[in-house]
Design a protein around this ligand. Structure first.
Ligand code: 0X9
Ligand code: ZN
Length: 424
């Protein structure tokens, strides 16, 4: 009865609020949209011309010769585009992107107080992610706390669960796992939560996990770009950046993974166009999310040391090391980092048989300036720094079926476990 009362007054409030608030623009429909993967060879200029002609979005940066271009095509242009690339190797990643999004967005209802493994059977609303973290924390009240690294532009707290082992809070070096920098990379949210959940809930029963949590303090940030993530759920599933405006432009969003204050001015690894998906911002660290995380990481490092930082993204199945800003400069401990990355991808393969490639960001994926990894490696000074691109390699891309959350979590844990066992 109490529940019913609470529900109906919440409904009354919601109704009142909806009368007072102007109508929100409808969520962007991707019904009938196709996603084509085109193998780009010497035809690079032709592919670029088609992207311009039909004003198409690409999922993994601008098309490059020798790589696949994953291209989103609205229904009205699909037949013409397909005919234009009829002589090339083309895979249809999504026959109907809207249908895949609808399927993925059937979130299961989360009842507060029920943080258990069924959480990982579907994707979830942002408010439920916060509730799940609070519930997990209250299941381990003497061993964990909720922390925030500061607020996003729109005032959403950048939230983590922090947990520790037998030595108590804040005395061991930190391990920071960081997801959903890019709003549409939903698998990274779930996987970062999976890693935290696995470590915390198995502490009492697994001697190995106890040894990890006794050795390090874990800070698990499933969503470092909450404004963007909320926007993917309210308005456009494929939004990538934060929700910041730029004077002189009507385009919204700065790419947080091009905004970190280190080697930010290097050219060729980010865009200066506010409308681009990889817009670097007008100045380094001008995104509030970057500023907050920079300060928090520096403080955490000063207080307790920083052993390991991993920034989780999707998709492409890559396990990468510094640097993004240069393809010729390598980290001082590159040999050791490559050996660890090699072991991590072997551990991934041993879990469900999937192949991940590894290597420095710039030579493995593309040049990216102002990325978190370069900053954390060189400026904050983490002992070990990695970033991954999770599943898949191009069947589903950003819209990965919920049935893959648990297996992706399992193989990603295997990689983390390898690092925890082998870092010096
Ligand atoms: O462009 C990026 O920031 C990364 N690819 S993504 O599709 N996830 O946006 C690649 C840059 C490498 N850096 C990290 N993965 N952190
Ligand atoms: Zn990303």
């Amino acid at each position: 009865m109490k529940l019913l009362v609470a529900f109906s007054s919440a409904l009354a409030l919601a109704t009142a609020a909806s009368i007072a608030t102007p109508p929100r623009p409808a969520k962007k429909s991707y019904d009938g949209y196709k996603v084509f993967r085109v193998a780009v060879g010497p035809e690079i200029n032709r592919i670029n011309a088609l992207v311009d002609k039909y004003d198409l979005k690409t999922w993994k940066g601008a098309p490059r010769a020798g790589a696949y271009a994953d291209i989103v095509v609205p229904p009205a242009q699909a037949a013409a585009f397909r005919a234009d690339v009829a002589d090339l190797e083309v895979i249809t990643m999504h026959q109907d992107l809207g249908a895949a999004i609808a399927d993925e967005s059937s979130f299961s209802v989360y009842a507060a107080g029920s943080a258990n493994a069924t959480w990982f059977n579907s994707y979830h609303a942002y408010s439920d992610h916060l509730q799940f973290l609070r519930d997990l924390q209250s299941s381990f009240p003497s061993q964990s706390e909720i922390v925030t690294a500061g607020n996003s532009l729109n005032g959403n707290p950048i939230t983590a669960i922090h947990f520790w082992g037998s030595a108590g809070k804040g005395v061991k070096p930190a391990i920071v796992l960081h997801g959903t920098v890019h709003a549409r990379e939903w698998i990274s949210t779930m996987v970062v939560e999976y890693l935290g959940y696995n470590l915390l809930t198995n502490y009492a029963t697994s001697a190995e996990i106890k040894s990890f949590v006794d050795k390090y303090d874990f800070y698990i940030f499933p969503v470092v770009n909450p404004d963007g993530f909320l926007y993917t759920q309210s308005s456009d599933r494929l939004w990538r950046k934060n929700r910041q405006s730029t004077s002189g432009s009507t385009c919204i969003g700065h790419d947080i993974n091009r905004n970190w204050p280190y080697q930010w001015s290097v050219t060729g690894g980010a865009s200066t166009d506010p409308c681009a998906e990889d817009f670097k911002g007008r100045a380094q660290s001008d995104a509030p999310e970057t500023t907050a995380l920079v300060a928090w990481l520096k403080t955490t490092k000063a207080n307790q040391g920083l052993k390991l930082f991993i920034d989780y993204h999707s998709y492409s199945q890559l396990f990468m090391t510094p640097y993004g800003y240069s393809c010729t400069t390598v980290s001082a401990k590159n040999t050791e980092l490559q050996a660890l990355a090699k072991g991590a991808v072997a551990a991934i393969k041993a879990t469900h048989g999937l192949t991940y490639q590894y290597g420095p960001i710039c030579s493995t994926i593309y040049k990216a300036t102002g990325s978190s990894v370069d900053f954390v490696n060189d400026v904050v000074g983490s002992d070990y720094t990695f970033t991954t691109e999770l599943r898949d390699t191009g069947n589903n891309g950003f819209v990965l079926p919920a049935s893959q959350i648990v297996p992706t979590g399992e193989e990603t844990y295997a990689a983390l476990r390898y690092l925890l066992l082998n870092m010096k």
